[in-house]
Write a protein that binds this ligand. Structure first.
Ligand SMILES: [Zn+2]
Length: 414
């Protein structure tokens, strides 16, 4: 495991104001996706502050405590092509961008944080020229080996210069579920502005906390997500960097997301009504007010209390409880709701996690096959956002007398 360095920002990373206020404070948590192997069990994993703070000047909602981002990327094991259903999502996405924004064939598309190149492959299918940028070396190599050209680097000014020198400016730049993981979002966006052609568009898909909070999805908050964007804040960031927000669409992944589209300021496209509509909705719901966050916090406390009391009761009856789900978000949930002491082990469908131990608590992770050999009485579904597919896939466990405990958005025991 690499050395981890904690940084505490006391000024806003967007506008530099020092009017920063903590609005939600969670339990200290280790890096949420650092599931470790048996050889490393003797090493202590430090827990770091996990707080959500808002800039009272510009409304930027963010983690003020940043843990060494390069190090978390080097250990990155997520491969998007592996996730069922995402390939179809990328094909639809690429076609929608091409049709809605009238992007001609043979245009140049650059995908930032391109992972294994799944999205680039979708743009290639519809006859675009493609280029990926991916900081994780093993994943970049995988993409290059599949014929999806990928620069193995962070998206810096020199990366932009290299792309422009070799291939010219980009007609489409995409950032798919990575914009929230950028430490210096202003510098990053300025680099996008430099890369865009006069008619070019920048398309960002990112989690949308106002919709995620509606379903109490607080566990999307973890150390790799530095920013929690509202449309209001994104519009301001774009504006600061020479871009103009022209379109917003709500999309379903990750419990609630948005797709935003920008062009260079003064570009030929007009700003459509979707932008004003969602800005009005944000303003009406007062998503920057202290009351908004206090209400959310009290809803979470209420659920936590009821969940703990159910688990205490089951334990006192001698029931065996295990958990399902080993990912970033399940670590946040385990820590903040203090669930570790109730759980014998964790199961997950992801083979990369099997034989590993959870961050900090070192709870062992096994294959979901263990549900059938071991037959635990109750399974606490930490990956509750995927409860639909989990219930469908593991219906045999229920038929054999098992029970699900679904913690969120409402506590349900089946
Ligand atoms: Zn600010």
């Amino acid at each position: 495991m690499s050395k981890q360095v904690l940084r505490h920002d006391t000024n806003c990373r967007v506008c530099a104001s020092d009017k920063i206020k903590t609005v939600l404070k969670f339990k200290d948590t280790p890096l949420e996706d650092q599931f470790i192997s048996k050889e490393n069990l003797d090493r202590k994993q430090s827990a770091y502050p996990l707080e959500l703070a808002i800039c009272e000047h510009c409304g930027y909602l963010h983690l003020p405590h940043i843990v060494n981002p390069e190090e978390s990327y080097n250990d990155y094991v997520y491969v998007s092509g592996v996730t069922v259903g995402l390939r179809g999502h990328y094909d639809d996405y690429a076609s929608e961008i091409k049709n809605e924004f009238k992007i001609p064939e043979n245009s140049f598309v650059v995908d930032l944080g391109s992972n294994d190149g799944s999205m680039l492959a979708s743009f290639k299918k519809i006859h675009m020229r493609i280029q990926g940028v991916e900081p994780a070396s093993s994943i970049a190599r995988l993409a290059n080996d599949s014929g999806l050209p990928t620069i193995n680097n962070f998206f810096t000014e020199s990366t932009v210069e290299e792309i422009i020198k070799n291939q010219g400016k980009a007609d489409v730049v995409t950032a798919n579920y990575m914009y929230a993981n950028i430490d210096n979002v202003i510098e990053f966006t300025q680099n996008v502005t430099k890369l865009l052609s006069a008619d070019g568009i920048f398309v960002v898909q990112t989690g949308y906390h106002p919709d995620q909070f509606k379903i109490k999805m607080f566990d999307y908050i973890y150390h790799e997500h530095f920013s929690y964007f509202s449309v209001d804040v994104i519009k301001n960031i774009f504006n600061k960097c020479g871009l103009e927000l022209i379109h917003v669409k709500k999309i379903s992944p990750k419990g609630g997301s948005i797709r935003v589209v920008a062009q260079l300021k003064g570009g030929r496209r007009s700003i459509d009504s979707s932008v004003e509509k969602i800005l009005n909705e944000e303003s009406k719901n007062q998503i920057k007010s202290s009351g908004y966050f206090q209400k959310f916090e009290s809803e979470l406390n209420d659920i936590k209390e009821r969940l703990i009391s159910s688990l205490d009761k089951l334990k006192s009856e001698g029931k065996k409880i295990i958990a399902l789900g080993a990912s970033h978000s399940t670590t946040t949930l385990l820590y903040h709701f203090e669930l570790a002491k109730y759980i014998d082990y964790i199961v997950d469908d992801n083979e990369l996690k099997h034989g590993k131990y959870s961050p900090g608590y070192h709870i062992p992770v096994y294959s979901t096959e263990k549900l059938y050999s071991d037959k635990p009485d109750y399974v606490l579904v930490l990956a509750w956002q995927h409860q639909g597919s989990i219930k469908a896939k593991h219906n045999r466990y229920i038929e054999s007398g098992g029970h699900w405990i679904i913690p969120l958005p409402e506590l349900v025991v089946i």
